[in-house]
Design a protein around this ligand. Sequence first.
Ligand SMILES: [Mg+2]
Length: 187
Amino acid sequence: MKRPKIALFDLDGTLADYDGQLLKDLQRIASEHEPPPTLYSDIPYLEARRHVITSQVGWFLHLQKFKLGWDVLEIAKEIGYSISVLTKGPSTKHIAWSEKVEWCNKHLADYIDGVTIAHDKGMVYGALLVDDWPDYIESWLKHRPRGLVIMPANDLNASFSHPSVVRYDGSNIEEVRQRMIERFNAP
Ligand SMILES: [Mg+2]
């Protein structure tokens, strides 16, 4: 029997709209006397607010679905990949670990065969990775020369490019499908 081809899906910024919710929450508590908040700009007071926001019980659990990731998920299911979630467990927010698993049970029961919560995504085997974060993509590809990555687009990964990575921005779904079929059929 043919070995199943494993597709790994990230949660935050891929299947779950972490960035959208975070930005909304940062805007809600911003003062009119400060510049509009931006994501991942390494500004200490914004990072501190991000920490407070994402430490709230239930915050991860109530994240909305993120469409770009779900487009790719539907294709992976159609092609026949064995789908698993691969998410990073925040080292200090243990409640987030269980909320992430609960989120998967709530939204992904019909799609996935498993959930892996890892500190280092590079250690986890798969034929395909769907992830929005260039650092994790690079650490995963380092050990997977034949691996394919689909990267849901956001402002931060706009300049990242790599021959094994297809950046999906909602307009190139046929390119994504083609590359995923090729990877599925490769030995
Ligand atoms: Mg992510």
